[in-house]
Design a protein around this ligand. Structure first.
Ligand code: ZN
Length: 308
């Protein structure tokens, strides 16, 4: 049995885990991602692996990291301007130097799609488009059994497709990006735009208001459903997958919006997209960890793809 150190980098926390080659998570450690700094992120990765090594014989390291990555070189090509000292970070080289183990990296949202493909809702599927809803919005396009990377690490970046022309400003420099409407951050910030007196600063608080029947929260969630359905229809038309997977931390709240989403998706789509099911992720917040372990155990083929 091989054991990998798998790391998932979220907007609010960095999680490290020892995962065996059957996908069993043996130990999990969480560290708040507070400093918004590339040096902090790298140090945290190293600390997590060192801690896991105290208990387990680690044979490989897999990392789901934020932003657009050169997966071959293991470096950060681009990320929105929320981290200092992050673009250019040589994650793979620095980690390999520190541990003398093979290190593979992929975008955190792609890792989530890979995790679901390995052991979750998309198990065994060969063509998946994943929409990953978290603090931001990302995606992953898994085609014919391979995760597609793109020339500059950007395939499937649905979060920065423009959904509302001239709309809300995005950290990427565009206006009206998907991420500004269907992320956890978007829900509470759109709510605050409607209710300037509100002080909420998290998706949890937003859903608390929704549960209490707050009319503005209900309206904001209706907008979220329409926007997400429109995205899903676009992804169906663009990628023609077997399924569209809806994952990420926000999918934990799907009980409040899943039925409405299915109806709206059906209503907005065409004869082609109606044949592509929307599927809710099953691995929860462990999907990206499992995907990171999967790449640690996997082999890389030339041409920006992973395959097994
Ligand atoms: Zn954007």
């Amino acid at each position: 049995m091989s054991i990998a150190a798998a790391i998932d980098t979220g907007g609010t926390k960095i999680v490290g885990a020892a995962v065996d080659d059957s996908g069993k998570i043996l130990k999990e450690i969480r560290v708040p991602n507070t400093e918004r700094d590339g040096g902090f992120i790298l140090r945290t990765y190293m600390d997590l692996v060192k801690t896991l090594q105290e208990e387990y014989s680690i044979t490989a390291i897999g990392i789901g990291a934020g932003g657009r990555l050169d997966e071959e070189k293991g470096t950060v090509l681009y990320a929105v301007d929320i981290y200092r000292n992050y673009i250019g970070l040589e994650i793979k080289a620095r980690m390999e130097e520190a541990f003398g183990l093979p290190v593979r990296i992929t975008n955190d949202c792609r890792a989530a799609v890979l995790g679901e493909q390995w052991l979750g809702a998309a198990k065994g599927c060969r063509n998946i488009f994943g929409i990953i809803l978290g603090t931001g919005v990302g995606g992953g396009y898994y085609s014919d059994g391979r995760m597609i990377g793109g020339v500059r690490g950007g395939t499937g970046e649905i979060g920065h497709a423009i959904l509302h022309r001239g709309g809300r400003k995005c950290l990427c420099g565009q206006q009206g990006c998907v991420e500004q409407y269907i992320s956890g951050t978007a829900l509470w910030s759109i709510y605050r735009e409607r209710c300037p007196e509100s002080q909420i600063t998290s998706g949890y608080e937003f859903f608390e208001l929704y549960r209490q029947g707050d009319t503005n929260a209900v309206r904001v969630l209706e907008g979220f459903v329409e926007d997400l359905a429109e995205c899903a229809v676009n992804c169906g038309n663009l990628f023609d997958p077997e399924m569209i997977l809806i994952g990420g931390g926000l999918s934990d709240t799907a009980e409040y919006w899943w039925e409405a989403l299915l109806k709206t998706y059906e209503a907005l789509g065409n004869v082609h997209t109606r044949r592509i099911p929307l599927v809710r992720a099953e691995c929860g917040n462990r999907a990206a960890l499992l995907g990171a372990a999967r790449i640690a155990f996997g082999e890389r083929e030339p041409g920006s793809v992973w395959s097994w």
